[in-house]
Design a protein around this ligand. Structure first.
Ligand code: ACM
Length: 549
């Protein structure tokens, strides 16, 4: 009876006309002023949109119209009349992703400086309504659609608000990825970092090297061995074709999410080495197979072989064609040097470089790849991102126009990168690795950690804490990461990542002084309905009336 009562009041809070006090926006906007009354939608919504290059504001409205009409039955009509119900105008002073939204009982006024700002204003409008609107799912039980009268001025704190999914260890496929992209967009995240290669699997078709997916995308175990868990002998794998990638790229682009492809080289590369041992292995005559275990493989790429350098350049060329965005991530984490130390060519190259630090072989490899990209025409230029272990080498040959993704000792590594003049992204292992257990309960799925990365712990991490003012401009933002050694199915990925992803999104968007965990917990309650309508699993821990699993 009690649970029924709670559920009913939640349903009322989240679904009928949303009054000013009940606004449940995640991430919390920079400024909200509520007012009296509601804007009531009739059978149609007329929208006048300012002109913009390539009609791209109108494209955003058209995409909005599609899901809005489906969810509410309200028809969206473009008009040139100044008496339109919704007027979208340009204010060049606003930040690129910012917007101002004024809803009165008579009118919806939106001001933006770019299509991204309009996209976020429209996401906010959808979030001010019952969650079926955000999910794009019809709800015939609602007879009248409305918005609360409200004035919002909003812009993100950070330009980089990311989520990384490791599909090297386990492969989930494009429908699972699109669902994640939808939910990222709802939380105003804007970077999907796609970790596509690992010791345990290579997941992206590279036309010039077909064995990467003929051989490297498959292994003889679904589970990855660790401790008492042994490889199960099941043939397992999968990969994305160029067509799949193009489809996901377009899907993300329309939601203002840039995809950052990661090809993790020269470490974490056993699947690639197993596909082309003749050009990539440090020890050609040994047996190489796609790895069946967790951990860090010592079977790294032979960076002293010019064929391996050629291979990496060719892979970058195909990535550049497939991903029309700003960045490529080349990994760089956890790269054992033992095989280089035993390889005569590697030893000779290190002496030529004039270093005794084997990490500098890795830096020299990246230098050549960076120069290869720098020689491309302007439209094909990409910036490079590396995990923070590259800071253990002499980074001078890489210059300062690279980005360090700080994960281990993240706060210190980020300061180090910023002091070297590089930009940096905070993705601290503790607590932003949202594949780690979010509760110590024995009912939790198997994963890393002891259950201390709770929603609260994730929320309460303070990015860029006590960083000198002059270094702050080097901090691009924040990112949650999801590693999949233990996670074989998309439903468990979702269970672990939601709602913790929303906590990271709020750190990336909301002004630091406005963030408040208890208030976040109140605002996110409605999202149980959103997750259900999206068919997404989620951790129930902080939701009222929800059981734990
Ligand atoms: C990492 O967690 N190895 C980047």
């Amino acid at each position: 009876m009690k649970i029924r009562h709670i559920l009913l009041s939640l349903l009322l809070l989240c679904s009928v006309s949303v009054s000013a006090q009940e606004v449940s926006l995640v991430p919390l906007p920079a400024s909200i002023e509520t007012a009296e009354g509601n804007f009531i939608f009739g059978k149609k919504l007329t929208i006048k949109t300012a002109g913009y290059a390539a009609d791209s504001l109108q494209t955003v409205v058209n995409d909005f119209a599609e899901t809005f009409e489906k969810a509410t039955g309200v028809k969206v009509k473009a008009t040139k009349s100044a008496s339109a119900q919704m007027v979208v105008s340009l204010d060049k002073e606003l930040p690129a992703e910012g917007y101002s939204l004024n809803i009165s009982p008579k009118k919806i006024a939106v001001e933006v400086s770019s299509p991204a700002g309009l996209f976020y204003a429209l996401q906010t409008i959808k979030q001010l309504m019952p969650r079926n609107v955000l999910a794009g799912v019809p709800d015939k039980s609602i007879g009248e659609w409305s918005l609360p009268a409200i004035a919002i001025k909003d812009a993100p704190r950070f330009s980089w608000r990311g989520f990384m999914l490791d599909e090297g260890r386990h492969f989930y496929g494009k429908e699972a990825v699109k669902k994640i992209i939808d939910i990222m967009a709802a939380y105003k995240l804007n970077r999907f970092h796609w970790h596509l290669t690992e010791d345990q699997g290579w997941r992206i078709e590279i036309k010039k090297y077909p064995r990467l997916t003929e051989v490297g995308a498959w292994r003889n175990s679904k589970v990855l061995g660790w401790g008492d868990t042994k490889p199960d002998g099941i043939r397992y794998g999968g990969y994305y074709t160029h067509e799949d990638i193009k489809e996901v790229v377009e899907y993300a682009r329309r939601r203002f999410i840039e995809i950052v492809p990661e090809v993790d080289i020269p470490g974490h590369s056993q699947a690639a080495v197993a596909s082309y041992p003749g050009i990539l292995a440090c020890d050609i005559n040994n047996w190489h197979e796609v790895w069946l275990w967790q951990g860090v493989s010592a079977d790294v790429i032979n960076v002293a072989d010019p064929n391996a350098v050629r291979f990496a350049k060719d892979v970058i060329d195909e990535l550049t064609e497939l991903f029309p965005f700003g960045y490529i991530h080349l990994g760089g984490d956890e790269c054992p040097t033992a095989k280089w130390e035993r390889n005569a060519d590697c030893r000779e190259l290190l002496a030529e470089i004039g270093s005794k630090n084997y990490r500098d072989l890795q830096i020299d490899f990246y230098r050549q790849l960076k120069e290869h990209i720098a020689a491309k025409p302007a439209g094909k230029q990409r910036k490079l991102i590396f995990w923070n272990e590259v800071l253990h080498g002499n980074t001078a040959p890489l210059g300062t126009d690279i980005t360090i993704m700080a994960w281990i000792g993240a706060d210190r590594a980020a300061v180090d990168a910023a002091k070297r003049g590089m930009t940096t992204i905070l993705t601290p292992q503790i607590p932003y690795y949202i594949n780690r257990r979010q509760s110590p309960l024995p009912t939790e799925p198997r994963s890393q950690g002891h259950g201390t990365e709770t929603v609260e712990a994730v929320y309460k991490y303070i990015p860029m804490n006590k960083v000198d003012k002059e270094l702050q401009k080097q901090y691009l933002g924040v990112q949650a990461n999801f590693w999949t050694e233990w996670v074989e199915d998309a439903s468990t990925v979702e269970y672990l990542m939601f709602p913790r992803l929303a906590a990271v999104a709020e750190a990336g968007w909301t002004p630091a002084e406005k963030r408040d965990y208890n208030n976040f917990v109140e605002r996110i309650q409605c999202d149980t309905m959103y997750y259900r309508l999206k068919g997404a699993n989620y951790g129930k821990h902080i939701f009222k009336g929800g059981s734990i699993n």
